[in-house]
Design a protein around this ligand. Structure first.
Ligand SMILES: NC(=O)c1ccc[n+]([C@@H]2O[C@H](COP(=O)([O-])OP(=O)(O)OC[C@H]3O[C@@H](n4cnc5c(N)ncnc54)[C@H](OP(=O)(O)O)[C@@H]3O)[C@@H](O)[C@H]2O)c1
Length: 265
């Protein structure tokens, strides 16, 4: 028993006398091991964004999850994510986010927040679509990711990862040539536009070692995907997490499914 106490005393004493530089280095190493990098996911309070946040946190990443109403994002908060306010159609909200994250490196940005107008009325068709639906959906699904990516570019440039990543959550609905699949008028073209923007961004950001891809998550059981969704968000986002962490600069400008399969535009 005395032997154990003496060993503990020697150990404590040696820690107290450890050179400051060594102990700081050791702490830094521990932090680095616990933190593989920082991922910012928009629209992370529910659905696919929430599921993806959980996978990144389990893998040792620091997740910054955004919500339009952080006070209602209890489930996201409980994951251990840092919760920030963001409405992607509001330039003041985007600027406030960039300001509050000034100097914070971001390794991966996932533009996940998305909107579909048709849920209450069944699938939106040629007959019942409206100008209002077109404009708002384009604002959220296309302009939102562009403005958010531009506002957070300084954060991506600060990250130490060899390859930084921007992932635009797209959809099979964005594929132009889909025989026999009815179009969702105000939604599908927003994902086609997001795909085109993904390619443009991939060219503009390659010089900064930033890979940009579009990822289609498949039809999931979420508020957007509805009960008919074939996939559980935990399953598809588990696969997507692996695809995202495995991305290299060679993948930039591509359109892939949740498990990494290539999709034609
Ligand atoms: N589920 C599917 O089957 C499916 C299939 C293909 C593609 N996708 C795409 O996957 C992404 C996530 O979809 P989901 O199924 O998880 O949808 P969801 O359950 O409806 O969640 C959408 C998320 O986006 C947020 N959002 C909506 N408008 C926003 C805005 N103006 N600013 C910031 N956040 C906003 C929502 O926040 P609030 O809670 O505040 O509304 C919510 O967090 C979307 O881009 C969607 O187009 C989904």
């Amino acid at each position: 028993m005395y032997k154990n106490i003496i060993i503990k005393l020697i150990f404590t004493f040696s820690l107290l006398n450890m050179p400051a530089a060594y102990s700081n280095e050791a702490n830094k190493q521990v932090r680095q091991n616990q933190n593989k990098g920082t991922v910012l996911i928009t629209g992370a309070n529910r659905g696919l964004g929430l599921a993806l946040s959980k996978h990144f946190i389990a893998d040792g990443y620091h997740v910054i999850g955004t919500a339009r109403k952080p006070q209602r994002a209890a489930e996201l908060k409980n994951t251990g994510a840092q919760v920030e306010q963001l409405d992607v159609v509001d330039d003041d909200s985007i600027a406030a986010l960039a300001q509050s994250l000034k100097g914070v490196p971001i390794d991966i940005l996932v533009n996940n927040a998305g909107y579909i107008a048709s849920l209450d009325r069944g699938l939106e068709s040629f007959k019942n679509t409206s100008r209002k639906d077109f404009l708002y959906t384009y604002n959220v699904n296309v302009i939102g990711p562009v403005m958010v990516t531009r506002a957070l570019l300084p954060n991506l440039l600060l990250a130490k990862s060899d390859v930084k990543k921007v992932v635009n959550i797209s959809s099979h609905g964005g594929i132009v040539d889909r025989p026999n699949v009815p179009g969702i008028y105000s939604y599908d073209p927003t994902k086609t536009a997001l795909n085109k923007i993904t390619v443009d961004l991939s060219k503009d950001l390659k010089a900064y070692q930033i890979a940009v891809i579009a990822l289609a998550p498949g039809h999931n059981k979420t508020r957007m995907g509805g009960e008919s969704g074939k996939l559980q968000p935990d399953f598809s986002m588990g696969k997507a997490h692996k695809v995202i962490t495995g991305l290299s600069l060679e993948d930039t400008g591509s359109f892939v499914g949740y498990s990494g399969f290539s999709i034609k535009w």
